[in-house]
Design a protein around this ligand. Sequence first.
Ligand SMILES: Cc1cc2nc3c(=O)[nH]c(=O)nc-3n(C[C@H](O)[C@H](O)[C@H](O)COP(=O)(O)O)c2cc1C
Length: 189
Amino acid sequence: MDVIRAIEQRRSIRKFKDKMVPKEIIEKILELATKAPSGKNRQPWRFVVLQNSTKDEMVRIMEDSLNQNKKENKSTGSLESSINSINEASTVVLVFNVFSNFEEDYNHNRLLTDTQSIGATIQTLLLAAQDFELGTLWICDIFYCDKEISSWLNSKDELVAAVAIGYPNQSPYPRPRKSLEEVVIWKKR
Ligand SMILES: Cc1cc2nc3c(=O)[nH]c(=O)nc-3n(C[C@H](O)[C@H](O)[C@H](O)COP(=O)(O)O)c2cc1C
């Protein structure tokens, strides 16, 4: 499959088959993800891979946060649906920024740059997974329970996103996109 096909065929997948993705494939996808460009080649990412019982533990932590938020009448967005997807997925990759909580002179520009680099590695991961005909879901609902997840992992790095990976059990239509006219300006003199 070429890159254009991978870009065109990728969808956010929220339902997965009950089938493990082999470790070698996850390792290959992560290796490809690290080929992404990064500002000053800082490679600000770190990946934590969860499967089986460790993934189940994280699901329990997320469910506790969901229930707590509901009790306090706080918004939960699409957290419940994301928990279901993580539950069904073979593998979850948590993506951290390894610099933002440590560098003394970490400023807004650095955060923007490192966050773009991390976005690049996640998108590369998604497209690499597509090449293996795997489904993926990029998840920021983890921000409802980022502190709980980080403390469970005993990690001081900043959690940026989670990616659920597995064999797709749905084939969604493409979601709509804004027209090029809406998003592109060709500056003329
Ligand atoms: C930064 C980011 C965060 C996202 N977080 C979530 C999420 O927490 N839960 C979810 O179900 N989908 C999440 N998504 C998936 C988007 O909803 C999805 O990409 C968008 O609706 C377009 O659909 P498509 O990916 O199938 O083209 C996220 C996507 C991105 C890029």
